[in-house]
Design a protein around this ligand. Structure first.
Ligand code: 9MR
Length: 483
């Protein structure tokens, strides 16, 4: 049975005939928009950046030839995901023969328009060329690792993040029995993440999926996996929530769900947002869509580790929705004449209202493995600002006999090439598992050093590590030194 939000694997509907007048009006509107003086908070990207986030979109190579769409994308977005060009069928259509031309075109478009790139994707059961299914099971791991290594090495330094494993879950929270699972069991995910990390140690590595936006069986399955990957020190850095919504059906647990993944020490992102409406869309549905977009943006702003929101496309005339969900459409923030809809105003207003900017999102200028300050609330466990680094511990969860904590490590006024955080437990506490750092323990004294991928912090940038521990929750005094 097709779940309501199942993104099917059909090519999307492409060319839509528009009247010449509409096209001319649209181009004129965009031209006027571009001619206006750039003002902070007047575009999604400017407003998102002011809140320490990005606002992204997805474009295919075909979209790059559509001037009005491209102008709008360049004006409004600062993150770009290739719609199809980095998928396995595009990049390794036959075994060992790689083609990065189309993906490179998307990357150079992004670079020439000041956009960063979300790489999408390295391992997915769909858009997988048939030859992979014919590989002997005992060779699948080698084939997968070679694919990941070759592609991630090709794009090393050019992608901010990779969707390393895409859509691995069934609706009931079990892993799909695809060729990768059949060959390696659930280990394929850790193997894939390690291969990607070895090829591009600075890229943020994500698992990305749909129908995991609310707390449900599918997101619970992913949560357990994420928890265990983090506890084992596997280089998983983020979770992508695709967010292919139906109007009026944004899950009420979206924020809480993203927060629980963030509490594991992971970044979270809305990666493929759209909000489809049964056509024709009436004005109350378009208003409701505005409410939905506002909710999604606000949920991201409320979770300090939510790094940004990406819409899957730009305008209603070029969205994948009508081609896959016949009878549905109008899912984007701009209509098919490139006019902004209530959803655009709502997203912009959400970004422009509110007071704080508690983002853990890396800024465009910072290293992908570090994050600017998340302005942690002052806590007795903070070390003084002004030294090489400071560290703040907060308890994120506790239960009888145990607790979970997150430590934010922030560089002082100069960059650091490594950090060491130390403390002494006051009452017999002991760490049971720790992630995003390496620990050594001597009696009640704990020393945590950076992991291989989060030691370098630009001036003022921060990163986090976390742990679960036995005993009563405590926030001892921390010292932070570099290295
Ligand atoms: O937008 C993509 C569309 O052009 C392709 O035909 C389709 C085929 O699977 O994939 C679309 O992108 C998907 C993305 O890669 C993963 N999540 C669901 C997206 C919509 O189907």
């Amino acid at each position: 049975m097709k779940p309501p939000n199942h993104p099917m694997d059909r090519p999307r509907g492409r060319a839509r005939v528009r009247g010449l007048a509409a096209v001319l009006a649209a181009v004129a509107a965009v031209a006027v928009g571009v001619a206006m003086p750039a003002q902070a908070a007047s575009t999604l990207k400017a407003s998102a950046e002011a809140r320490g986030r990005y606002f992204g979109t997805a474009l295919t190579r075909g979209d790059l030839g559509i001037t009005a769409e491209v102008n709008l994308a360049a004006a409004q977005f600062d993150m770009l995901t290739p719609g199809n060009e980095m998928k396995w069928d595009a990049t390794e259509p036959s075994r060992g023969s790689f083609n990065f031309g189309p993906g490179d075109q998307i990357v150079s478009f992004a670079q020439s328009h000041g956009m960063r790139v979300r790489g999408h994707n390295l391992v997915w059961h769909s858009q997988l060329p048939a030859w992979v299914g014919g590989v002997a099971l005992n060779q699948v791991q080698g084939v997968m690792e070679n694919h990941i290594t070759t592609e991630a090495t090709h794009y090393k330094g050019k992608v901010y993040a990779w969707d390393v494993v895409n859509e691995p879950y069934n609706e009931d929270g079990t892993l799909r029995q695809d060729v990768f699972y059949k060959a390696m069991g659930s280990n394929y995910i850790a193997i894939a993440l390690r291969a990607a990390h070895a090829a591009d140690p600075d890229a943020k590595l994500y698992i990305n999926d749909y129908n995991i936006e609310g707390i449900n069986a599918k997101s619970n399955g992913l949560y357990s996996l994420a928890q265990s990957l983090v506890a084992q020190g596997v280089p998983l850095h983020g979770i992508g929530f695709e967010s292919h919504f139906i109007v009026g059906q944004v899950p009420s647990s979206l924020q809480a769900n993203m927060q629980r993944f963030a509490d594991l020490g992971l970044d979270v992102a809305i990666t493929e947002l759209d909000d489809r409406i049964q056509m024709p869309a009436d004005s109350s549905e378009l208003q409701q869509q505005g409410t939905d977009y506002g909710k999604v943006v606000n949920a991201c702003l409320a979770v300090s580790r939510c790094v940004g929101v990406s819409q899957w496309g730009v305008d209603d005339g070029h969205s994948w929705i009508p081609g896959t969900f016949p009878g549905y459409g109008a899912a984007m923030m701009w209509d098919s004449s490139y006019q902004p809809k209530p959803a655009y105003t709502a997203a912009l207003n959400a970004l422009n209202s509110g007071t704080s900017s508690p983002s853990a999102s890396p800024s465009p200028s910072s290293s992908p493995s570090s994050s600017p300050s998340s302005s942690p609330s002052p806590s007795p466990s903070s070390t003084p600002i002004g030294g090489a680094c400071s560290a703040t511990m907060k308890t994120t969860n506790s239960w009888p006999g145990g607790f979970q904590s997150e430590v934010t490590v922030q560089a002082g006024s100069a960059s650091v090439g490594g950090w060491t955080v130390k403390w002494t437990w006051p009452g017999g506490q002991s760490i049971s598992s720790l992630w995003n750092g390496t620990q050594s323990v001597s009696g009640s004294s704990v020393t945590v050093r950076n992991a291989s991928y989060n030691g370098s912090l630009a001036a003022g940038a921060s990163t986090t590590f976390g742990f679960t521990a036995n005993g009563t929750a405590a926030t001892p005094t921390l010292t932070c030194t570099s290295p």
